[in-house]
Write a protein that binds this ligand. Structure first.
Ligand code: PLP
Length: 271
């Protein structure tokens, strides 16, 4: 979406790929060199935990970018999935008190399950907050959105969210334990800090493979009523499916469907 928004707004884009799996860490030297060599860059987007990597970015890496000696732009850290991460202290929201050029964004669309109300939040310094207020339309968020969001972040609402996140974490553990037992499942790529896991799908020779992964994805969706995301075209994600963690019943159904689908695809390719 960052590149879609950049294109819609006729803004240039410079991509600096993450380091290879399984860390998917920031390539700090490459980012610092890019910023030094192109002072026209105004914004940096970082995503932590990443999508589809599920990996938290190291705070020390982000600190090194914020400490760039000459570059003077705005660093945006997208924390859409932060509520799924193991510790509340994984968030960088409080860093905005010390770094006036940092913006941390969060959303009610993920752990709160409220994508339909279209509300997120940005934490930043007063000067950038004033800038954002000056840019936005004069009308505020809608009354229904405001009422639902207030309930969601009330103590009772937070309790519901945390209960759901705990149930999800248990099923994430279960997937981590059960998926490697399925024939044709390769390595976990990336981290476990989000509500999805990125796994390789192997061909009949035991190699991560996009053709096999896409066939498994299609079989799951078209014949077994289970939708995952094919992410094999993303940088460093050859043969990968992004699997969203579900309820206990959903995970049970998914594990059986996946084992069947991989078996059927392998059989089809062997024939
Ligand atoms: C879902 C998501 C968001 C936030 O989406 P909204 O529904 O617009 O709040 C932001 N970044 C990433 C990477 C996401 O996956």
């Amino acid at each position: 979406m960052y590149s879609v928004s950049a294109q819609v707004n006729d803004v240039g884009l410079v991509k600096v790929p993450l380091l290879p799996a399984p860390t998917f860490a920031l390539d700090v030297p490459a980012i610092l060199t890019t910023l030094t060599s192109d002072p026209t860059i105004k914004l940096i987007y970082l995503c932590s935990p990443g999508n589809p990597t599920g990996a938290l970015l190291a705070k020390s890496d982000i600190a090194r970018i914020l400490a760039h000696p000459t570059w003077n732009g705005v660093v945006i850290v997208d924390e859409a999935y932060i509520d799924f991460s193991p510790s509340p202290s994984d968030s960088l929201a409080e860093w905005v008190l010390e770094h006036p050029n940092l913006v941390v964004t969060q959303t009610l669309s993920k752990a709160f399950g409220l994508a339909g109300i279209r509300l997120g939040a940005a934490f930043t310094s007063p000067p950038i907050a004033r800038l954002l207020n000056a840019l936005k339309a004069p009308y505020n968020i809608s009354v229904p959105t405001s009422a639902l969001a207030s309930a969601a972040v009330s103590p009772a609402g937070l309790e519901v969210m945390r209960k759901n996140v705990a149930a999800l974490a248990a099923q994430r553990e279960r997937l981590l334990e059960e998926l490697p037992k399925i024939k044709g499942i390769g390595r976990l790529r990336g981290g476990t800090a989000s509500n999805f896991l990125l796994y390789e799908i192997l061909n009949t020779e035991g190699k991560p493979d996009n053709v096999t992964a896409l066939a498994v994805y299609e079989r799951l969706a078209e014949l077994k009523g289970v939708v995952v995301r094919f992410r094999g075209k993303e940088h460093g994600c050859e043969g990968c499916l992004r699997i969203t963690v579900g309820t206990e019943e959903e995970v049970t159904r998914f594990l059986a469907a996946l084992e069947e689908a991989i078996g059927e695809v392998h059989k089809g390719f062997a024939a």
